[in-house]
Design a protein around this ligand. Sequence first.
Ligand code: SF4
Length: 332
Amino acid sequence: MKNFAYSRPADLTAATEAASADGTRIIAGGTTMVDLLKIGVLNPEALVDISGITDLRGYDVSSDRMRFGALSMMSTVGDDPDVIAAFPALSESLWKAASPQLRNAATLGGNILQHTRCPYYRDTAYAQCNKRSPGSGCAALEGGETTLHAILGGSSSCVAKYPGDFAQVLVAFDAEVTTQGPGGTRTIAFAQLHRLPGDTPHIETVLEPGEIVTAIELPMIPAMTNSTYLKARDRESYAFASASAAVGVEMDGDTVRDVRIGLGGVASVPWRATAAEDSLKGKPLTEEAAREAGRIAFQDAEPLEGSAYKIKLGADVVAGALLQVKTRMGAE
Ligand code: SF4
């Protein structure tokens, strides 16, 4: 590991100033960052540790807008009975994301900004990786193994998938993040936070140098109560998603009034399946409608040979999540 400077500012103003310097990275829980430092994927000149900024801790789910400080722990939020009751999908996405040890160390802010698990990105023996080394090529697209890669949102430069779980819930339920940077504070729609890879896959978000995510907010809506997060993976105990779906439903009598569908494990960024949502609105939530929504969610997929299996798997996960919610609601 390369030597780096380390600082632990006590407030946001000092942290944004320190984090604005070239070659600087921000660290909080460190569950991803330390790995990437040790294997030489990231080699910063300096680390700014924001874990001591107490203003970023704490959360509130009691009003008409949920608010989570960026340093709220995954375990604390995921285990909270009020969160479980108000928004099962959010709790389940945190539970299914990582082991208890990791959930006890990882923060919500760090979780949404985690790096891809593309094996070529994480193995510096492969020189070709446009995300790690811009302009070097893509080992996955140049004859590599692609079973773990995206089938939605990829480009000719990079087909890495976004690896998280929590983010699928946030994108489906219109979350926003608040930030503070050298230019002041701003609010960003969660759906706009992550950038599609295009020809610059090394630029993963719209955050500016020194800009720190301070909180995540969600409007409380009825579909949160009837929600779930379904995750298909190679093994049940803490693997990354092959395909996942965050789903929430609000019924109006026998028909769907509102439905939210976020896709994970299949796309370059947290992905909202709006066409699939639209296919369900105003109709009964039957098994046939759920399976059709799953099909529509992947109608624009562009798989590679190794990732083609995700079209059927993803469609089945979407339908399964919708039917799981229907069962929980006790709907006919
Ligand atoms: Fe790198 Fe993206 Fe290609 Fe993976 S898919 S090797 S992260 S450029």
